[in-house]
Design a protein around this ligand. Structure first.
Ligand code: FSX
Ligand code: SF4
Ligand code: F3S
Length: 365
């Protein structure tokens, strides 16, 4: 790549320094050694950018917003430098017939070679009529596109597990991609919205190593979801010493104490928020005084609510359950019990997977 801007199909561009800075930032977040950075930069700078079809279904577009309008300009632009975004309803210039043509041209021309990114849940009730694009249900579009893709990236908790649409009583029968697609490798990048670094890391891994990164049982890349937020939280010492915020605005809150008692679900949430952080001011919910609501976990709208209450029965340091691993398992166990009361059988199944994942991740880290 020359020192000059590479440019991309949206007219945005990144100079070489910014390009390498973005790659380095993502490589660090993935825990890769410095020696891997030149290989990653080389793969990312390849003139042959992989075509991407980005499908939008039931969602708020927050995943796209957080990625492309990231206040880390290098990350936002980097993604547009290294992929060819051939179809993306939010940012593409084409509309109507032209947009549909561009979708089908990419499908014909790059069958088996393009990446499919899915944002949003897929409604299945009443033949999927609750989300239609170009007069076709999301289910039908996914069934046409996903089997032709080299891999599918489900971005956000909606595409991963159904998200808020699937919250009880799930009126549209919303599900995640993995419930419908079995023909193509799928990776889940949950979060509502997810950290752009987790998405970028997955794409860069795919470009560099020609395969998706290793995942847990819920299909989440281990580099981003292998540890609990609680494990790296800057308030962890307060948790261990029994110093808690009792209510927002109190002495403990003003002094950065642990937010567990005001609802933080960090002990039961697998994500990289405390290390990857968000935006160019390096914050994450807990660092600015709000508990984690567990947005990377399956069915968190059912299992992690009420958001501002401590889940009953979780023992704190000083009680018989004194280590955080036990506390995390207890949170997940209670979450499973809660969803059993409120949600459908499918949701219970996914929570069971969540518990397996927690165990498997513990073994791997
Ligand atoms: Fe879902 Fe994405 Fe939450 Fe929104 O579009 S993961 S509702 S932030 O952003 O799909
Ligand atoms: Fe941090 Fe939340 Fe764990 Fe407290 S409970 S240490 S605020 S992650
Ligand atoms: Fe979500 Fe918790 Fe991170 S709410 S953004 S997983 S701190």
């Amino acid at each position: 790549m020359a020192d000059s801007d590479k440019g991309n199909n949206l007219g945005l561009s990144l100079n070489r320094r910014g390009f390498i800075k973005g790659c380095t930032m993502v490589a660090a977040a993935m825990g890769l050694s410095e020696a891997m950075i030149p290989r990653m930069v080389e793969a990312a700078a390849s003139a042959k950018r992989p075509p991407v079809i980005w499908l939008h279904f039931q969602e708020c577009t927050g995943c796209t917003e957080s990625l492309l309008r990231s206040s880390h300009p290098d990350i936002g632009r980097l993604i547009l430098e290294i992929i060819s975004l051939d179809y993306h309803e939010t940012v593409m210039a084409a509309a109507g017939y032209q947009a549909e043509k561009s979708l089908h041209d990419t499908l014909d021309q790059y069958a088996g070679k393009f990446l499919c990114v899915v944002e949003g849940a897929i409604p299945t009730k009443d033949k999927g009529i609750y989300c239609q694009i170009g007069g076709r249900p999301a289910m039908e579009i996914l069934a046409e596109v996903a089997p032709k893709a080299a891999a599918v990236i489900a971005i956000g908790s909606c595409a991963s597990y159904g998200g808020v649409q699937a919250a009880a009583p799930n009126p549209t029968g919303a599900v995640g991609v993995r419930d419908l697609v079995s023909t193509t490798p799928i990776i889940n990048i949950p979060g509502c919205p997810p950290n752009p670094v987790s998405f970028m890391g997955t794409v860069l891994h795919y470009l560099t190593f020609k395969r998706l990164p290793p995942t847990d049982k819920l299909g989440r890349p281990l580099f981003a979801y292998g540890r609990r937020n609680h494990d790296h939280c800057e308030r962890r010492a307060h948790f261990d010493e029994g110093r808690y915020v009792e209510q927002f605005g109190d002495h403990g809150h003003r002094n950065g104490y642990c937010l567990y008692k005001v609802g933080c679900k960090g002990p039961g949430t697998f994500a990289n928020c405390p290390t990857a952080r968000f935006n160019d001011v390096d914050v994450w919910p807990v660092s600015v005084g709000h508990g984690c609501i567990g947005c990377t976990e399956p069915n968190f709208w059912d299992t992690m609510t009420p958001f501002y209450e401590r889940l009953p029965g979780v023992k704190l340091p000083g009680s018989p359950v004194t280590n955080v691993d036990s506390a995390g398992k207890t949170v997940l166990g209670l979450a499973a019990a809660a969803v059993g009361v409120h949600a459908v059988v499918g949701a219970v199944k996914r929570i069971a997977q969540c518990k397996c994942s927690s165990n498997s991740s513990e073994e791997e880290v």
